[in-house]
Design a protein around this ligand. Structure first.
Ligand code: ATP
Length: 229
């Protein structure tokens, strides 16, 4: 997970809150690496998420969990630049920097279907399209576009009037919101159970089904996500 090779020609850019990173993020990274034949895939935890209403977990924790969640994937680099940039994190700024650092490279912006639906609300989204090709994985969504954590029919992205490449990946009914709720439930005896993180629960899936074991351990060791949001 060292610096991006200067000669990389096909570079994937995968941004997100990663609060925490979960199995679907890792599956999306693996799919993008293979399907887009990437020389490098940058994982970019956001600094200030202008589009999320809750305060994010401090960046050092999210960066540490990303290192654990994407561990072992060749050509993946954790890139902290957005967490160091003052003010809101805008993808257009990041892509502009990357395009200048890698002249001639082809940039692919990797995202899930919920973000594709919201894309035209992003700051300077037209500029994003000039710098990068969108590469989109489908995701379980309700009919109104909200993320679903349970099984739903595969959302139909064919009517979306934006150019994008479709990443072929099975639907993963996982969200970071559900992970945090699972941890809170297990810690507080709420919906998820009555004891610690390893308590068996039938109400919500076991944490290890949602995040890699090393991330689950990190969450437990650092007492993350125990407080109500
Ligand atoms: P939260 O529940 O806190 O909103 P999240 O699970 O959506 O978080 P993010 O870190 O916001 O996770 O997502 C980063 C990127 O990963 C986004 O482009 C998002 O669409 C994509 N992504 C997240 N979960 C999935 C999933 N289950 N399937 C496909 N893409 C996903």
């Amino acid at each position: 997970m060292s610096a991006t090779p200067a000669a990389a020609q096909r570079i994937g850019v995968f941004g997100g809150a990663f609060d925490p990173p979960h199995w679907a993020h890792r599956a999306l990274a693996e799919t993008a690496l293979a399907q887009l034949a990437l020389d490098a895939l940058l994982i970019l935890p956001t600094g200030h998420a202008w589009h999320k209403s809750r305060a994010l977990t401090p960046a050092p924790h999210r960066l540490a969990m990303c290192r654990l969640a994407f561990d072992g994937l060749e050509r993946v680099h954790i890139d902290a630049r957005e967490t160091r940039r003052p003010g809101p994190s805008y993808t257009a700024d990041t892509l502009q920097e990357l395009a200048a650092e890698h002249p001639g490279a082809q940039l692919f912006l990797v995202l899930g279907a919920d973000q594709l639906l919201a894309f035209q609300s992003w700051q300077r989204w037209q500029e994003v399209l000039r710098h990068a090709t969108l590469a989109v994985a489908n995701r379980p969504l309700h009919a109104d576009g909200r993320v679903a954590d349970g099984p739903v029919a595969e959302p139909d992205l064919s009517g979306i009037d934006l150019p994008f490449e479709h990443l072929q990946m099975p639907l993963h009914p996982i969200s970071a919101t559900a992970v945090r709720a699972r941890v809170r439930g297990a810690a507080g005896g709420g919906q998820g159970g009555s004891g610690g993180l390893n308590e068996f629960s039938t109400a919500q899936p076991a944490l290890d089904l949602l995040v890699p074991a090393a991330v689950a351990r990190y969450i437990s060791d650092h007492h993350l996500y125990h407080q109500p949001e």
